[in-house]
Ligand binder design. Sequence first.
Ligand SMILES: Cc1cc2nc3c(=O)[nH]c(=O)nc-3n(C[C@H](O)[C@H](O)[C@H](O)COP(=O)(O)OP(=O)(O)OC[C@H]3O[C@@H](n4cnc5c(N)ncnc54)[C@H](O)[C@@H]3O)c2cc1C
Length: 390
Amino acid sequence: MAEDDGQDFPEIRQGVRALCADYPGAYWRALDRERAYPKAFVAALTGAGYLAALIPEDYGGSGLPLSAAAAILEEIHASGGNGGACHAQMYIMGTILRHGSAAQKNQWLPEIAAGRLRLQAFGVSEPSSGTDTLSLTTTARRDGDHYIVKGQKVWTSRAEHSDLMLLLARTTAKEEVKRKGDGLSVLVVDLREATQGESPPVVVQPIRTMINHATTEVFIDNLRVPAENLIGEEGRGFRYVLDGMNAERILIAAECLGDARWFIETARTYACERKVFGRPIGQNQGVQFPIARAYAQSQAATLMVRQAAALFEAGKPCGAEANMAKLLASEASWAAAEACLQTHGGYGFAEEYDVERKYREARLYQVAPISTNLILAYIAEHVLGLPRSY
Ligand SMILES: Cc1cc2nc3c(=O)[nH]c(=O)nc-3n(C[C@H](O)[C@H](O)[C@H](O)COP(=O)(O)OP(=O)(O)OC[C@H]3O[C@@H](n4cnc5c(N)ncnc54)[C@H](O)[C@@H]3O)c2cc1C
């Protein structure tokens, strides 16, 4: 099958593939060893305008649909690279676009579209609340024309490489709200100012992880955020963030599809070339079948990703489909990762083949941005009408 057969956005895919060809496995391996940020790759992607895909043309972006952004991220991952260093620059701005005021959109979106401003840090997760977002304890208290923010975030990825951070904080105590989703608000925090000085109100500490993901802990102490940086209405932030999470899940699912393609092609090539007992290992059905099964899984997941993206683009509810797309795609990429590592035998563990790096990277998506169990709980409760489990 030719690379573009049956695929949407063939020209965009071709352009991304050409760009990624300048950043081969050796580039990603060197960064992985040092846990260093892929600055040159992100600059190239920004320069080519790919990270502004979803920003409307009126604000200087390309005004492309979500499925085009999905195609961009899929191709990055299918090329052996990783979009995790910058994918959020594409979609975090969606909260401002959908819920911000005209003044906020005019202030930030053109700068983000031009790549002069990075909004790619999203502070939701906290050490004590975990998946239970409504129990987060970071507070934002109104004080005149400012909010005073106190608390701690964890797993805030790219905070060191972002000018702004979208922060979810509690503005009304949990006990005082009428509906349990109320009381949280979204603020745009300027990290450039907030991290300066001898004892800055925001301290960002990197977390060393199993993959090269530039993730951090963020400590916030008496940070003053101008009230004009509140997005939408105070107390309705959880709903705004949920909107954006569907887009995030669909785009992450597309990255998983790209990973699956990389693993399957890498396994297929190796299985044809590697000869043991005088014949290619790919001649053995024990080697073929896991690769073939992963291929079938990834094709099925592709259909769900496309369906979720089509619903999102039509402005229709897509919570179930976005969740199922992420679930199925992350499992397909993991099946492909397993097949690829096993096909390579001992060489799968050698750094220079990139299999072990991609294997570690692919594992993340069953945990973040939402873990598999929580997706299953969503399907059970909201689609199947089973009793709520938590
Ligand atoms: C590399 C990385 C980058 C990340 N980037 C960001 C980021 O940029 N911004 C951000 O806000 N967050 C980020 N996260 C956080 C991520 O979204 C969370 O790790 C994820 O949502 C799971 O939350 P947790 O780690 O607190 O797990 P927990 O909530 O502690 O859950 C632990 C395990 O228990 C299971 N579990 C919990 N409750 C239930 C239940 N009721 N039923 C069944 N199973 C349950 C979960 O499925 C999980 O397997 C990142 C995480 C990682 C690892």
